[in-house]
Design a protein around this ligand. Structure first.
Ligand code: 8YV
Length: 315
């Protein structure tokens, strides 16, 4: 029997590539210099797309694959998949929820600590010899007992809040409504009001057209010159131009970001700033979690082609 053909949108770790290549014929889209010609050449036989959270699958790609049945996302966020295009053709979509939740929360909290306590600068202080030359490192800001706002109390937001409660922080959150699993935390419906009562504002919302730029100039202004914005969701949740303006003008104290518009080619204005911590979209990037994500992509593909229920469907 001929092997099932899959469009692979981006690279995976070697262990995932080995497993996928052993079972399926993988067409490596990311290596093709002429994407249109590549789709024209292989598109008619492709029955699945294996993609990553930030890469997704757009309408042009979906429409170039007449036999497409399923799109499997390596990542919890499926905002980069054109769901309308998939729905029109009855194409199934899967993601990798739960397995990455705690790693993403861990990195968000680590980013807050690293930025508030000046750990990157501290490292430079030691390595450059400034410690011996200039003496004590400039004093930084305390984290414990401060006020945290969580914008989006889903699985990741909940894990962030749980961790912050260990720092005796005063925790509030915004979501579509109060959550019964968040009794110890204060619900604040309006993101601007949430920012106004936060020293640290975590953005942990699943991105969609509805949440685009939910963190705009009003939220940023309310967070203020002493506040810190931490984004471990998607760049589209933040008005990046407003954020850059506020960081440059110091109307926002600081930011710690794992995601960027146009990543990995971020706006060069970020690179000139000393009040932002920049991370390369690595919140789910531990060996343990990435292995679990890869296994889930494979399990969803296998289940689909074996006619079994999908383990983690979103559509
Ligand atoms: C990426 C993510 O998929 O879970 C998500 O939504 O964006 C990430 O886990 C990961 O960086 C692999 O590209």
């Amino acid at each position: 029997m001929s092997r099932i053909e899959i469009l692979q949108v981006g690279p995976y770790p070697a262990w995932d590539e080995e497993r996928l290549n052993a079972t399926f014929t993988m067409h490596r889209y990311f290596e093709a210099s002429d994407k249109v010609a590549f789709l024209a050449q292989h598109g008619s036989n492709i029955r699945a797309i294996a993609t990553r959270g930030e890469l997704g699958a757009n309408r042009v790609m979906i429409e170039a694959l007449p036999k497409l049945e399923v799109i499997c996302v390596y990542g919890v966020g499926f905002d980069a998949v054109d769901l309308a295009a998939a729905r029109e053709r009855g194409i199934r979509v899967t993601n990798t929820p739960d397995v990455l939740t705690k790693d993403v929360a861990d990195l968000g909290v680590a980013m807050m600590l690293a930025q508030a306590r000046g750990m990157i600068g501290g490292e430079g202080w030691v390595r450059s010899g400034d410690w011996a030359r200039k003496g004590l490192y400039p004093l930084q800001s305390r984290v414990h007992c401060k006020r945290a706002g969580i914008l989006g109390l889903g699985r990741i937001g909940f894990e962030v809040a749980k961790r912050l409660s260990g720092f005796d922080m005063e925790i509030a959150y915004s979501d579509v409504g109060p959550k019964d699993y968040a009794k110890d935390w204060t619900f604040v419906a309006d993101p601007v009001a949430l920012a106004g009562r936060s020293d640290f504002l975590f953005v942990t919302l699943a991105a969609s057209a509805d949440t685009r730029h939910i963190v705009g100039s009003k939220v940023i202004e309310a967070l203020g010159p002493e506040g810190m914005l931490i984004n471990i969701s998607r760049s589209s949740n933040i008005d990046e131009k407003a954020l850059l303006d506020a960081l440059e003008n110091r109307t926002l104290g600081s930011a710690a970001l794992d995601v960027f518009e146009g990543e990995p080619n971020l706006d060069p204005r970020f690179l000139a700033l000393d009040n932002v911590l920049l991370q390369p979209h690595m919140a789910s990037g531990t060996v343990e979690t990435r292995k679990a994500m890869g296994a889930l992509v494979f399990d969803n593909l296998s289940a689909h082609f074996d006619g079994r229920p999908l383990p983690t469907p979103v559509l």
